[in-house]
Design a protein around this ligand. Structure first.
Ligand code: GDP
Ligand code: MG
Length: 162
């Protein structure tokens, strides 16, 4: 079994963008991982020469009733399966209650977690990143998933935990 890395975070923070950047194939590889639940997307990636299994969570649209609860439930299940968690937040939106909900769960689970402050393009990092330090979650990595900025630095640190 490969090391499992879960991408968690509320909708629209950039999880799937990062997932697609890191995985060679966009196809889920669920058949090869019978022990894993099937309502999330799995893909293999190579991180500093190590094969890993990435989990992308989400796929919820923005206007469903109870969206935060469903999102949190999906995140929690992915966190259970993961060896390492990448917790994505959105620099443009700042810290939200949904972020805090996920952070609370991560603190309880105490999994190795990397806080990914995505969409750092077009914001002033000194101002935009400040609220996220309050979460007290792991190390903070500013990224632009759409262009790959900050991603290599993040992966280097992640690979040390594998
Ligand atoms: P998910 O719901 O967390 O999976 O988020 P998606 O990966 O679907 O991204 C949501 C939207 O944010 C899409 O329109 C992406 O193109 C955009 N996005 C993702 N990463 C970045 C980024 O680093 N900067 C900017 N400006 N937009 C981004
Ligand atoms: Mg997505």
């Amino acid at each position: 079994m490969l090391p499992v890395i879960a991408l968690v975070g509320r909708p629209n923070v950039g999880k799937s963008t990062l997932f697609n950047r890191l995985t060679k194939s966009r196809d889920a590889l669920v058949a090869n991982y019978a022990g894993l639940t099937r309502d999330r997307k799995y893909g293999e990636a190579e991180i500093n020469g190590r094969q890993v299994l990435l989990i992308d969570t989400g796929g919820i649209t923005g206007d469903e009733e109870g969206i935060d609860a469903v999102m949190a439930q999906q995140s929690m299940q992915a966190i259970e399966e993961a060896d390492v968690v990448l917790f994505l937040v959105d620099c443009r939106d700042g810290l939200t209650p949904a972020d805090e909900m996920i952070a609370q769960h991560l603190r309880v689970r105490a999994k190795p977690t990397y806080l990914v402050a995505n969409k750092v393009d077009g914001v002033n990092p000194d101002i935009a990143l400040a609220p996220f330090y309050e979460l007290g979650i792991g190390e903070l990595f500013p990224t632009t998933a759409t262009h790959g900025r900050g991603v290599r630095n993040l992966l280097e640190r992640v690979s040390e935990a594998l």
